[in-house]
Design a protein around this ligand. Structure first.
Ligand code: DX5
Ligand code: ZN
Length: 218
């Protein structure tokens, strides 16, 4: 059995009590921090100063998901802040290879995200530049949306490409992950799971993390 990673998204947490909300997920692998700029997506969350405070008090490493335009300009600052992992959107980067190298050079893991309708194939030759590929399983912007099964073939193709080329790249999925949908995503080849409402909407967030980890580990 391969144990998967569960990264709760604080998008569904109480933003007025983030420190207490972070303590509830100390059994998670990382905390997924959704940065939105009201331009790349039609929603606004938080930026680097708040992310740095989250980093200072979090019991687990940070996994930043940057849903922001002009990622080439802004993403390196998140790596400079010492975040464990920084994920930018392919659609928001003009030079994704250069950007991934910049993130790694600053000591962060480099992640690249694809919206549901963005094809994987143009990016296959740069998989070795990445530590993580994030396949969005909802349109980015909001928590609480339903998992899009149409993304499963892309997850399968990504898993096949990674196995075929022998690179060490995690496949993260984000959006609509529940104890039910996590099984389909894991069977398709994902091994890092973001869950917002399934964790923070539960009566016991740490119990929800344990149940998701069990369901997603094949
Ligand atoms: C959506 C965000 C997700 C979101 C997931 O744009 O990237 O991380 O918080 O929330 P759920 O798990 O509720 O779909
Ligand atoms: Zn996210």
């Amino acid at each position: 059995m391969t144990q998967c990673c569960i990264n709760p998204s604080i998008l569904s947490a109480d933003f007025v009590n983030l420190e207490a909300e972070l303590q509830k997920i100390s059994n998670a692998d990382s905390v997924h921090v959704d940065v939105m700029d009201n331009h790349f997506v039609p929603n606004l969350t938080l930026g680097l100063p708040v992310v740095q405070r989250i980093q200072a008090v979090s019991p687990v490493p940070l996994d930043a998901h940057l849903m922001i335009s002009d990622a080439d300009r802004w993403a390196p600052g998140y790596a400079d802040a010492g975040l464990a992992s920084v994920t930018f959107h392919a659609e928001a980067s003009i030079a994704p290879v250069k950007l991934a190298r910049e993130l790694r050079a600053r000591g962060s893991k480099a992640g690249m995200a694809l919206r549901p309708a963005t094809a994987l194939e143009p990016y296959l030759d740069m998989l070795s530049e990445l530590d993580m590929l994030l396949i969005m399983t909802v349109e980015p912007g909001f928590g609480g949306q339903a998992f899009l099964d149409l993304t499963l073939p892309k997850i399968r193709r990504a898993r096949a490409a990674i196995e075929g080329s022998g690179v060490n790249v995690a496949i993260q999925v984000d959006g609509g992950i529940t104890e039910e949908t996590i099984v389909r995503a894991a069977e398709a080849g994902a091994n890092v799971f973001v869950a917002g409402s399934a964790v923070y909407g539960a009566a016991d967030p740490s119990g929800a993390i344990d149940r998701l980890r069990k369901a997603g580990s094949l």
